[in-house]
Design a protein around this ligand. Structure first.
Ligand SMILES: C[S@@+](CC[C@H](N)C(=O)[O-])C[C@H]1O[C@@H](n2cnc3c(N)ncnc32)[C@H](O)[C@@H]1O
Length: 362
């Protein structure tokens, strides 16, 4: 049995069943044994592969996007370029390399990487430190990023934040909790405390049938509010790319991936990546509430195509060997294909007053 499994069992035997968000928090971010804290899970040899790891084209297009947004802001002398959850640092490396074509932008940029995992911070340092690049600054929390105009990028960040689940019984909504089943020797879902206050459940979904599950990501909501508030105050934009749903609804989307295959999220905490679909309607609602512009969601395929993915692929293929051409075509299909990442992943952007962002405003 793993150390983390024992730690969670102990917490349950002391204080009773835990919420899904507590389980997810421990499984992903326990300081010693959390999934992201101890390893590099990315790439073909890891558990999953993200868009920047599929092709350099992804980060390059985002770099051009950021440079165009900066110009739209009136080319401020200093701009904080912030990435939330930068993984291996690949997106930021490709992004800054492409954006360096605009020298004044390169001069103005201060990079902030918001990352909680020491193992991944090390990896990011290796990827990003180079003699011709200004040292990035690392932060544990977005709120600790220095104030000023900013551009924020978050790819597959919100899906890694802990969610709460609520379950409808015959008559009421309850917290969904996780308990240890000593007969089965495994964790199991249980119906937790009845909600005294049903406010986490949107009023139109409260009449759902028994067995219905509703998910809410309080940490994601809080971070979205912080970034929208910062953008409103100092000017700038954020680009959020993730897999998820456009309309809020009923359903259990908690999932785990190990070696590129689906895995039971309650089996071996800390050994598999656990994620949940991002509720884009919640992010949009928070942005509206704060009072910033909101664009999208649009499918990732449409977003990248409108930014010029095809043209970038064609230019990379000029004079390339046959295997490279196949590789670039394969990456293009993976990023935009409807059966692959093209429609499951969605993109939204938010911006401060009067600032349009590509591809919505070009
Ligand atoms: C699925 S990975 C995405 C990595 C990268 N953006 C990419 O596309 O390859 C999630 C990233 O978010 C980080 N992370 C998760 N929760 C976080 C939190 N609360 N604060 C900061 N970083 C977090 C993880 O350590 C990891 O770097």
């Amino acid at each position: 049995m793993s150390d983390l499994l024992e730690i969670i069992k102990k917490e349950i035997s002391g204080a009773g069943p835990i919420t899904v968000s507590r389980y997810m928090e421990l499984a992903l971010a326990h300081p010693q044994f959390g999934y992201y804290m101890k390893q590099d899970p990315f790439g073909q040899d890891g558990d999953f592969i993200t868009a920047p790891e599929i092709s350099q084209m992804f980060g390059e297009l985002i770099g051009i996007w950021a440079a165009v947004v900066w110009q739209g802001m009136g080319s401020p002398k200093k701009i904080n370029l912030v990435e939330l959850g930068p993984g291996r640092g690949t997106l930021m490396a490709d992004c800054t390399r492409a954006a360096a074509a605009l020298e004044e932008f390169e001069e103005a940029v201060r990079i902030y990487l918001v990352e909680t995992s020491p193992a991944l911070r090390e990896m990011q340092k290796k990827t990003l430190l180079s003699p011709d690049m200004r040292m990035p600054a690392w932060r544990d929390n977005f709120d600790d990023v220095d104030e000023g105009p900013l551009i924020i990028i978050a790819n597959e960040f919100f899906d890694a934040l802990p969610i709460d689940q609520y379950e409808k019984s015959d008559s009421a909504w309850h917290a969904r909790t996780i308990d240890w089943d000593s007969n089965a020797g495994a964790f199991k879902y249980t119906l937790g405390k009845k909600l005294d206050d049903e406010s986490p459940i949107p009023s139109d979904l409260r009449i759902a049938p028994p067995g219905a599950i509703f998910e809410h990501c309080p940490v994601g909501e809080k971070i979205m509010r912080s970034i929208a508030t910062r953008i409103k105050k100092f000017g700038g934009a954020a680009l959020i790319i993730d897999y998820g749903h456009i309309e809020r609804g009923i359903g259990d989307t908690l999932q785990a991936l190990k070696n590129h295959s689906y895995f039971d999220p309650l089996l071996s905490p800390g050994e598999a990546d656990i994620t949940a679909h991002v509720d884009f309607s919640l992010l949009a609602h928070v942005a509206e509430d704060v009072g910033v512009n909101i664009f999208g969601p649009v499918p990732q395929g449409a977003f990248l195509s409108r930014l010029g993915l095809r043209q970038r692929a064609d230019s990379l293929m000029l004079g390339a060997a046959k295997e490279q051409i196949e590789e670039i075509e394969g990456a293009h299909a993976r990023l935009v294909g409807a059966e692959q990442m093209g429609t499951l992943f969605k993109v939204i952007a938010i911006s401060s007053a009067d600032l349009g962002v590509p591809p919505w405003a070009e």
